[in-house]
Design a protein around this ligand. Structure first.
Ligand code: GLV
Ligand code: GLV
Length: 355
């Protein structure tokens, strides 16, 4: 191989490796056992010659790594993730390094996990499972693990981009929920879907579903029965859900987060869960991963999973492939921008949301 491409982690499937090796690239996969690599670990991986790197969302890709990558002759970096809050895109651009992410292939998988968390929280699946395994079930009772019915209730989506819209659609179509959403942009396709589906239901003699674009996030928090968070993490969304905003939510609301942990003030959330036993959350992400804030693990009204929203085989192989294509295309200077996923997977400073 003429080019040296480093992946900081082994990734699923072999297609991504073949893509690179078929095109003059030698692929080096880091075999380090520890889960999270430090900047120093990655510096030694980059070494003296490195044309491109595929990295992970747990790594700090900023000034130090990008300047080193430039010195090693690097042209491209791709996060194997759609979120890129771990990447200082401006620093990469300063050193002439293109940055890619992996949108598109994880939309439905991530939305399905958010839907799973919504159902697990509303029907208390994990609590009930633990009860069963503990041998506590001694017969059917009218009040055993009573939860929330979703049908006819309102689903609230904060951040109605690709993932938020896919999630909304699942909840609307699957459970006939009404929609309220908040986003800086209008989710026209989602609105059109709800309108058409509402008309279909009406034509069949059923209660139609409705949609509403909220003019403030507070309106969503006040009105929705299930709220799922799908914003990008940046300065404007850090602790978007705080003590004050939790306080305006319904006492029996369900809150789901499969975006980024710091979007929620997790300590405030733990306190809120303690004060409001009927309020339930489904969390895929945490403020200080891999840790949970003190007390969260003890809360029965919380369902917690370890950042697995994009973890389907198809999606993870797709993410690896897309990340490899990002790096390969830039190294070889291919005009590969015909695939819409790849068009936006090359980021520049302008694609970073305003801070
Ligand atoms: C996962 O969290 C991602 O951003 O892809
Ligand atoms: C519950 O199992 C019922 O039959 O209502």
């Amino acid at each position: 191989g003429k080019y040296r491409v480093v992946s900081t982690k082994p990734m699923p499937g072999t297609r991504w490796i073949r893509l690179l090796t078929d095109q003059d690239c030698r692929v080096e996969i880091c075999t380090e056992k520890k889960t999270i690599l430090s900047v120093e670990d990655i510096l030694s991986l980059i070494g003296n010659k490195c044309d491109g790197v595929i990295g992970q969302l747990t790594e700090d890709w900023g000034e130090v790594l990008f300047s080193m990558l430039r010195r090693a002759g690097g042209k491209a970096f791709s996060n194997m993730a759609v979120g890129y809050n771990n990447v200082v895109v401006g620093a990469a651009n300063k050193y002439g390094i293109a940055v890619g992410n992996t949108p598109g292939v994880l939309t439905e998988t991530t939305a399905e996990l958010a839907a799973s968390l919504s159902l697990a929280a509303s029907r208390r699946i994990v609590e009930a499972d633990q009860f069963m395994r503990a041998g506590l079930y001694d017969g059917w009772l009218p009040h055993l693990f009573v939860g929330n019915l979703l049908k006819g209730q309102t689903v609230g989506v904060i951040g109605a981009g690709r993932i938020g819209s896919a999630y909304a659609r699942m909840m609307i179509e699957g459970f006939k929920m009404n929609l309220i959403y908040y986003d800086l942009y209008q989710a026209t396709r989602l609105e059109n879907f709800v309108t058409a589906y509402g008309e279909f239901l009406k034509a069949n003699g059923e209660q139609p579903v409705t949609w509403k674009r909220a003019s403030s996030m507070e309106d969503v928090l006040r009105e929705a029965d299930v709220i799922s968070l799908h914003p990008v993490l940046d300065k404007t969304t850090y602790h978007l859900i705080n003590k004050e905003r939790l306080a305006i939510m319904k006492k029996e609301a369900i809150l789901v987060n499969a975006s980024r942990g710091p979007v929620i003030d997790e300590a405030a959330l733990v306190e809120h869960l303690k004060q409001n036993p009927m309020f339930r959350v489904g969390l895929d992400v945490f403020e200080d991963e891999p840790f949970m804030k003190p007390g969260l693990a003890d809360m029965k009204n919380a369902v917690v999973v370890p950042h697995i929203a994009s973890a389907s085989k198809w999606t993870r192989e797709g993410m690896a492939t897309l990340a490899a294509l990002n790096v390969l295309g830039k190294i070889k200077g291919y005009p590969i921008w015909s695939d819409p996923n790849r068009i936006e997977s090359f980021l520049d400073e302008n694609s970073v949301p305003p801070a």
